[in-house]
Design a protein around this ligand. Structure first.
Ligand SMILES: Nc1ncnc2c1ncn2[C@@H]1O[C@H](COP(=O)(O)OP(=O)(O)O)[C@@H](O)[C@H]1O
Ligand SMILES: [Mg+2]
Length: 354
């Protein structure tokens, strides 16, 4: 599969009153053509900073890309000028943010706002742009688009506004769409509808998607692959099946254990104890060690490398070292793994029967 984006050893810091915040500490990942990659992790783990860097949207006054490359179309975006980025943003790479209200201009009609990137990047005439705007509203499931394009954001509900934001992001058929917690600010019932829309769009457009969420629960249905972030690093990456049913990093175990299970209603929700690392003074070894019930001595001394589990699955935990003691994941995780293995066994005879 073709790579749309290659992020290589990215390091980003913020210069603050308190000192240097090392927000992103050696992030590597690829984005393949047509896939949806989910980036998950607790608040503050570096998801937004990573993706805002791809759009080069970090405040230049106090942020710095200390090292690394972001290769797109053979070009290193990490070193692109603002002028070059203006040609890429909204055309080749576009982004949807959490709060649809702040992404829209309250004084401009929806139609004008969808037409704007089309007029800017695509050399379309006004009539053509208007037709395309109507089609885009249809694509994102807004009824009566011919009437709706004349209206203003306040005439739309929260969910409908987010649909408009998605339409604007897709206007120029971008190669990459970044959705940064696109449902977090919406009502729970609307969240499901927007997720369904995202899934539907995956089939209709050939855009690669980076889907950011703090909620592992929404990932299973949307993503092809998952990257788990902690303390400014990717600590585990794999296909959805690998991450859900054969997770290797104790932090991923914690995230899975904190997902509400389907069969238990009265069960108390598990939360990973402790707090994320202080990125002003990142710890020496594995940043998760103080919260990790399975931590080894070496976790406090040396950072674990990414150990290979399969061609598509890697995890940065010393537990994968051949000399490490064998530990069992927590019950909640094991239950899912059993389900996976059972499904796998059942799948084989079916295949043979065909
Ligand atoms: N403008 C900023 N100034 C200083 N620190 C920042 C700034 N933006 C983000 N950070 C820090 O970078 C880290 C990662 O933040 P972020 O990527 O927003 O997390 P996430 O999106 O995973 O919740 C956090 O520790 C946050 O405090
Ligand atoms: Mg964020």
């Amino acid at each position: 599969m073709n790579k749309m984006l290659e992020v290589k050893d990215l390091n980003i810091s913020f210069h603050t009153f308190a000192g240097e915040v090392k927000a992103i500490r050696g992030v590597n990942f690829d984005l393949y053509e047509g896939e949806t990659l989910a980036i998950v992790g607790e608040s503050g783990s570096g998801k937004s900073v990573t993706t805002k860097t791809i759009m080069r949207l970090l405040p230049p006054s106090n942020s710095k890309i200390k090292s690394g490359e972001i290769l797109f179309n053979g070009k290193d975006i990490a070193k692109a000028s603002e002028k070059e980025m203006q040609k890429i943003r909204g055309k080749d790479i576009s982004m949807i943010f959490q709060d649809p209200m702040t992404s829209l201009n309250p004084t401009m009609t929806i139609g004008k706002q969808i037409m704007e990137p089309l007029l800017k990047h695509q050399n379309l005439g006004k009539e053509e742009a208007k037709k395309r705007a109507i089609n885009l509203l249809k694509l994102v499931g807004i009824p009566k688009p011919e009437t709706r394009i004349k209206q203003y954001p306040h005439q739309f509900s929260g969910g409908m506004r987010q649909r408009v934001v998605i339409a604007i992001a897709l206007a120029c058929n971008p190669k990459i769409l970044i959705a940064d917690e696109p449902t977090t600010a919406l009502d729970v019932t609307i969240q499901g509808q927007i997720l369904d829309l995202m899934k539907e769009l995956q089939k209709k457009v050939d855009t690669s998607i980076i889907f950011i969420t703090h909620d592992l629960g929404v990932v299973a249905n949307v993503a092809d692959r998952v990257a788990v972030m902690y303390g400014g690093k990717i600590v585990e990456v794999g296909t959805v099946d690998e991450i859900f049913y054969n997770p290797k990093h104790p932090y991923t175990w914690g995230l899975i254990s904190s997902m509400p299970s389907l069969d238990a209603t009265e069960e108390e929700l598990y939360a990973i104890p402790g707090t994320p690392p202080d990125l002003l003074n990142p710890p020496k070894g594995d940043a998760f060690a103080p919260r990790n019930p399975y931590a080894l001595k070496i976790d406090y001394e040396k950072e674990p490398p990414m150990f290979k589990v399969s061609d598509t699955h890697y995890a940065a935990t010393w537990l994968l070292h051949p000399d490490a003691p064998k530990v069992e994941p927590p019950e909640a995780v094991k239950k899912r793994m059993h389900k996976f293995n059972a499904e796998k066994k059942n799948a084989t005879p079916n295949k043979e029967a065909k």
